[in-house]
Design a protein around this ligand. Sequence first.
Ligand SMILES: [Zn+2]
Length: 152
Amino acid sequence: MASENNVTTESYFPDGMPLPAPMPDGLDAPFWEGARSHTLLVQRCNPCGTFQFGPEWICHKCRSNDIGWARCSGRGKIYAFERVWHPVHKALRDKGPYLVALVELPDVGNVRMVGNLLGDPQQDVAIGDAVEVVWEDHQDVTLVQWRRLPVK
Ligand SMILES: [Zn+2]
């Protein structure tokens, strides 16, 4: 379980960059509610137990629409990453480089989440590096960010 050391109120997003937000149809509402209380949730199919993320209305394995949510430890490993040098939004014009990671979560069926990798954007990063969640609290939403754990 993530400790309160894993909380930041410092925004990784520059002014002018819209924050991610829940979808209006409510499909991902449990994910965002979990994040608000610093609990990382992914979907788990109730009949067959398959984990999935991002949220879907049906299970991608058995096609049941009886989908629940499961708690993840917030620890994972880097499956892939990208050091972004070219801004994809005008608010990022002078913010590069920055790191984007695809994080694999072994305790919830190895589902993967895309997120920002915090810290020095020029840090050495390797596939398989251990990471943990960092909660970025904003007024209306809490974002899921990631940081590398020290190599043992
Ligand atoms: Zn299923």
